[in-house]
Design a protein around this ligand. Structure first.
Ligand code: C5P
Length: 217
């Protein structure tokens, strides 16, 4: 029996990769599985929250009781996030957003050319920074940071620069943790506090993250 620590709260969670089209058949993306974001959605539901799950293309099944919005590109993620974040008590950005997209999407399938092909990419919007910058109805904003070195300092930098309330950092250089794995280890940072969560299943870690979040809403 779990205490409904999030009863009456609405939590919006982004999960999975974004997919940035190059032409009608090709795209740029990454290996995000969506597992951490989906585990967070499950945990929030178990604690009694109403959950909006905004998801990029993944192969895992969404929790039945979450309100699912499927997106592909970072720009679609931004539109969905801004709408749902303003109706939420907390926003958790767990999606692996592509940093860049094609400057122009070719209308027709690109043809093979010479030995080299140059793509022009432009920067995507920072979704979570836009949410955290809301002047009205700003939700408690939680980010994720996947780092391969200096985890604490990079994570604290992102907490500050993006104006987040909390960030969950993981060291993705450790074998078997992070991307695509069922396991992870997280350190949570606030502006004046930090908490190490020992290695565990994404399911158990998600419950710990949600419990810490619930204390602060
Ligand atoms: O800067 P970095 O990508 O490492 O920051 C990770 C955090 O920022 C995650 O919470 C991720 O969902 C979010 N992010 C975003 N929009 C981007 C890039 C990252 O919301 N364009």
């Amino acid at each position: 029996e779990v205490e409904p620590l999030l009863a009456g709260k609405t939590i919006t969670i982004t999960a999975g990769p974004t997919r940035e089209a190059l032409d009608p058949v090709r795209y740029i993306s990454n290996h995000s599985s969506g597992k951490m974001g989906y585990a967070l959605a499950e945990a929030a539901l178990a604690l009694g929250a109403k959950v909006n799950l905004i998801s990029g293309p993944v192969t895992i099944k969404a929790p039945a009781n979450a309100l699912l919005t499927n997106i592909e590109s970072a720009e679609q993620l931004l539109t969905a996030s801004m709408e749902l974040a303003a109706q939420s008590d907390a926003f958790i950005g767990c999606a692996a957003v592509a940093d860049y997209r094609a400057a122009a999407i070719h209308e027709q399938k690109m043809k093979k050319q010479g030995d080299e092909l140059t793509l022009t990419l432009v920067k995507n919007p920072d979704v979570i920074a836009n949410v955290a910058a809301l002047s009205e109805n700003r939700p408690y904003t939680v980010g994720f940071a996947a780092e391969t070195q200096d985890v604490a300092s990079y994570a604290q930098g992102k907490l500050k620069n993006k104006n987040l309330d909390m960030i969950c950092a993981n060291d993705v250089s450790k074998e078997g943790l992070g991307f695509n794995s069922d396991h992870n280890a997280l350190t949570l940072f606030w502006h004046n506090e930090q908490l190490d969560l020992a290695m565990g299943s994404k399911k158990d870690l998600a419950m710990s993250v949600m419990t810490e979040l619930a204390k602060r809403l």
